[in-house]
Design a protein. Sequence first.
Length: 227
Amino acid sequence: MHNISQIQLASSIDHTLLKPNATAVMIETLCAEAMVYSFASVCVNPCYVALSSRLLRTSNVKVCTVIGFPLGASTTESKVFEAENALAHGASELDMVIAIGHLISGDDDAVRKDIASVVRVAHAQNAIVKVIIETCLLTDEQKIRACALVTEAGADFIKTSTGFSTGGATLEDIELLRKHVGKNVRVKASGGIRDIAFAESLLLAGAERIGTSSGVSMIKELEKREL
């Protein structure tokens, strides 16, 4: 896998723009790039789901959005509403943030219910849920517990980071999550992934999706390497 193909890399990338100052023009560029490079999805804030869905309707690129982002501290009811609203506007992938404080406090039932409530809404419409646990704020023991809760709640992916906290994806975390999450749950690496070597190593360690705003530059880097 050290020499990953362009197709393998592109099909693993969630082409991401979640900055608060992102404009409609920037989202249009994001969607155009995603179509050119055949990325798996664009990952945008909820207010841009309808626009992205419209721009991508003739392509295979999925529309991904974030739920309870970036803190995870909104109520389960509001996360469910956000999920329903995003799905109604054309999202088919939802990246939700857990209530991190509940996990740290040991309130596993609350975390499990929070995830399962969003999963129920998403799966009813054949959408997938990626659960962001914000690894940089957790101990290894808490990460392992999060793996169990994400698995029990029926989510599709566990995801390392929002990219808005104190750290992003690490190889060690990808290996840990892959080892402890259920066999039906995939792993998404995100946060601070800006070059091809790091992306390749994360995929080799067990990640199946890469959340990054550097997808285009990574593909160009790969093209140069293949010359």
